[in-house]
Design a protein around this ligand. Structure first.
Ligand SMILES: C[S@@+](CC[C@H](N)C(=O)[O-])C[C@H]1O[C@@H](n2cnc3c(N)ncnc32)[C@H](O)[C@@H]1O
Length: 244
């Protein structure tokens, strides 16, 4: 594995703030209200959401349902990047019988602890979690056949590096299934001038065309960005791509 570039001071500070924000959310159960309702509205099956303990559904922080239209996913080794409290990992393990091991990765150790507790409570032994930076993954090349990410790529300091890492850890034929944020045009001044805007998701949202370019530069073929849904001043979209 090539030695990754060391983070700049700006990136270090950004990650410290992201870790603090999501760590505090995980510790204090201080997630924005309405997690379960947001999941139902996004398209997660209602009967599955209804079966979650309230505080677990409340800890959803995604920006949509990444698996819309995918009824019988098959993958042996799944990595969920920026897994938060583990809802997508739980969904895949609970609803897709063709899914093997799932590794959830999050920058915030307290988020990882919360996700691990949720998986234990739901008796899902095939999900494991670890704390790591998705831009510098401690995983072997070609070690996954499915990477999922929900509302985490927008928080990456360098989208190109994040996508390069995803491409590297996927085996040939492996897929990326993500739900994330893109913009069409510049961000409004109130977001650009808000020092907190990056770690609350909106400040780091890329132009849709830049996201497509970064996917192609990483090596993905046939990447698509679809299903645009308004999300504050940007769009939540379904991103899918395959490693040739
Ligand atoms: C908006 S939340 C989404 C959580 C989860 N995917 C969900 O749908 O509920 C973003 C998550 O990404 C994590 N994150 C942000 N930057 C990251 C990075 N560089 N590496 C790993 N995780 C990161 C945060 O700690 C947070 O838990």
């Amino acid at each position: 594995m090539a030695e990754p570039e060391p983070p700049s001071d700006w990136e270090r500070e950004l990650k410290r703030q992201i870790g603090r924000r999501y760590g505090a959310m995980a510790r204090d159960a201080a997630f924005p209200p309405g997690g379960g309702d947001k999941m139902r509205a996004a398209g997660y099956p209602g009967d599955w959401v209804n079966g979650l303990p309230d505080e677990m559904a409340a800890s959803y922080s995604g920006c949509g349902f990444p698996f819309a239209g995918l009824d019988a996913l098959i993958a042996r080794r799944v990595v969920d990047l920026g897994c938060g409290a583990g809802l997508d990992a739980l969904y895949l393990a609970g609803r897709h019988v063709g899914i093997g091991m799932i590794l959830g990765i999050d920058l915030a150790p307290d988020m990882v602890a919360r996700a691990a507790a949720a998986a234990a409570r739901m008796s899902e032994p095939k999900i494991k979690f670890m704390a790591s930076d998705l831009e510098r993954l401690p995983l072997e090349s070609g070690s996954a056949d499915l990477v999922v990410a929900n509302a985490s790529l927008n928080l990456a300091a360098d989208k190109g590096r994040a996508l390069d890492e995803i491409f590297r850890i996927l085996e040939p034929g492996g897929r990326l299934i993500a739900r994330d944020l893109v913009r069409a045009g510049p961000l409004p001044a109130e977001i650009l001038t808000d020092p907190q805007s990056y770690n609350t998701s909106l400040g780091g949202v890329p132009e849709e065309s830049d996201m497509l370019d970064a996917l192609a530069s990483a090596g993905f073929h046939g990447a698509t960005i679809q299903d645009h849904t308004e999300f504050s001043v940007v769009y939540s979209v379904a991103i899918r791509a395959e490693k040739p």
